[in-house]
Design a protein around this ligand. Structure first.
Ligand SMILES: [Mg+2]
Ligand SMILES: [Zn+2]
Length: 199
């Protein structure tokens, strides 16, 4: 018997709100979903360069009772349809519906998936064959950068969403991201131009 072992692919772990879609404080209706300008162009560059596109998002609005888990799933389907219309296919969405202080027994917990914890990355690594050493995290907020550091993955902070605010009040204890850039499109260009560079 021979075994074909899938070649590991690098991934970009994409934050959702403020990174690939417009930031709304607790998005509650599908009509509010707007892709950020050039987000599809950026993801297309990454996809064509061989990166898996994996969305990793904290959705504590579920624990807080602002919307249901079903709504998060519907929103993710809508987002993947909007990207598909521009020839981009998102490989997977992972979300954390929990919060340590809010919600019923199901959702109020110190889980291991809420960013900056790395449970969602671990789940993705279980589901896909991922080359973590060449993977990236792209996000607009502190937990995204912290998760990247906790998982020992390179990070990009984009200035969309909360990005500008984060840069203005950057936590003293936090290592600077590998790349700080305007948006996901610029991030894609910079990541692909670094291809092959060792860490
Ligand atoms: Mg965000
Ligand atoms: Zn969680």
């Amino acid at each position: 018997m021979t075994h074909l072992v899938a070649k590991k692919k690098p991934a970009v772990f994409l934050d959702r709100d403020g990174t690939i879609i417009e930031l709304k404080s607790y998005l509650r209706s599908l009509d509010e979903i707007k892709l950020l300008p050039q987000a599809a162009k950026g993801l297309k560059i990454l996809q064509d360069a061989g990166y898996l596109l994996i969305v990793i998002t904290n959705q504590s609005g579920v624990a807080r009772g602002y919307f249901s888990e079903e709504f998060v799933q519907e929103a993710n389907i809508k987002i993947s349809e909007l990207f598909a219309a521009q020839d981009v296919s998102i490989d997977a969405f992972y979300y954390c519906p929990h919060h340590p202080d809010y919600g019923n027994d199901k959702y109020r917990q110190d889980c291991d998936c809420r960013k900056p914890e790395i449970g969602m990355i671990k789940k993705a690594v279980f589901d896909f064959s991922i080359d973590l050493s060449n993977s990236w995290v792209i996000g607009d907020n502190v937990p995204d950068v912290r998760m990247a550091i906790n998982a020992n993955i390179k990070s990009v902070l984009v200035k969309t969403g909360y990005g500008q605010e984060v840069l203005a009040n950057y936590p003293k204890d936090l290592k600077v991201p590998d790349i700080v850039t305007n948006d996901i499109y610029d991030a894609a260009k910079l990541i692909t131009s670094r291809n092959g560079e060792s860490r």
